[in-house]
Design a protein around this ligand. Structure first.
Ligand SMILES: [Zn+2]
Length: 217
């Protein structure tokens, strides 16, 4: 949103004061127009969004992401053919190969950043959004949503994608590289998770949780 408006409203004590989730700077936020965002003046983190239909949109991208995640992990990402040898692998089988090659730490990092954390983010987000949509918030919704905020930054699907691209470029001359359906699912999954991030409005979710807390007292 317009930064001048943000500065101007900082002088207005009656406006909505909010701490930046990333750098803790206290800032006043004016009333946002539809589809307007407020960003931190110091670190540019998103402070507040005002998007129409954010719940339904984020829920649809989270469900799409979950389906794509399932497809992306079911089939091999790429197949390499050289001479009479054929080699292919899924995310999980690659992590297992690393473990067998005496690289347990690398195997665990790969397992958590490309499988466990993205799976937790998608499953947890779908669960929290469904709870809000069906008005079934409970005492575990707030800790779960806070937990998801911390795990989601550790999902690093883009880095795996980059590693696959580097492999394809390096081995392109030595072996025939066949892209599996999972690789396309993986690209779409990254896109779905980016759109989920864009449309998910934590402020709305916390408002719903706060309302539940008030009503349950
Ligand atoms: Zn900040």
């Amino acid at each position: 949103m317009n930064r001048n408006r943000l500065h101007h409203n900082q002088k207005n004590k009656s406006s909505n004061v909010r701490a930046c989730p990333d750098c803790d700077l206290l800032q006043s936020i004016p009333l946002l127009l539809p589809n307007e965002f407020a960003y931190c003046l110091r670190c540019n983190a998103t402070l507040l969004k005002n998007q129409k239909n954010s719940l339904n949109r984020s829920l649809s991208f989270a469900v799409t992401g979950l389906i794509l995640f399932f497809i992306a992990n079911l089939f091999p990402l790429i197949t390499l053919k050289a001479l009479s040898l054929t080699q292919n692998g899924t995310v999980l089988s690659t992590a297992w190969v690393l473990f067998e090659m005496d690289r347990p730490l690398l195997s665990l990092v790969m397992l958590f950043t490309t499988f466990i954390f993205p799976a937790l983010t998608l499953l947890g987000t779908v669960y929290v959004l469904l709870q809000i949509k069906t008005n079934r918030i409970n005492d575990y919704t707030a800790p779960l949503f806070r937990f998801l905020h911390h795990t989601h930054i550790w999902g690093m699907l883009e880095i795996l994608m980059l590693a696959i691209l580097v492999t394809v470029v390096k081995l392109g001359d030595l072996a025939e590289v066949i892209f599996g359906v999972s690789l396309y699912a993986f690209c779409l999954l990254i896109l779905a998770m980016t759109l989920l991030d864009y449309y998910l409005n934590p402020h709305d979710i916390w408002n719903s949780i706060r309302q539940y807390n008030r009503e349950s007292k």
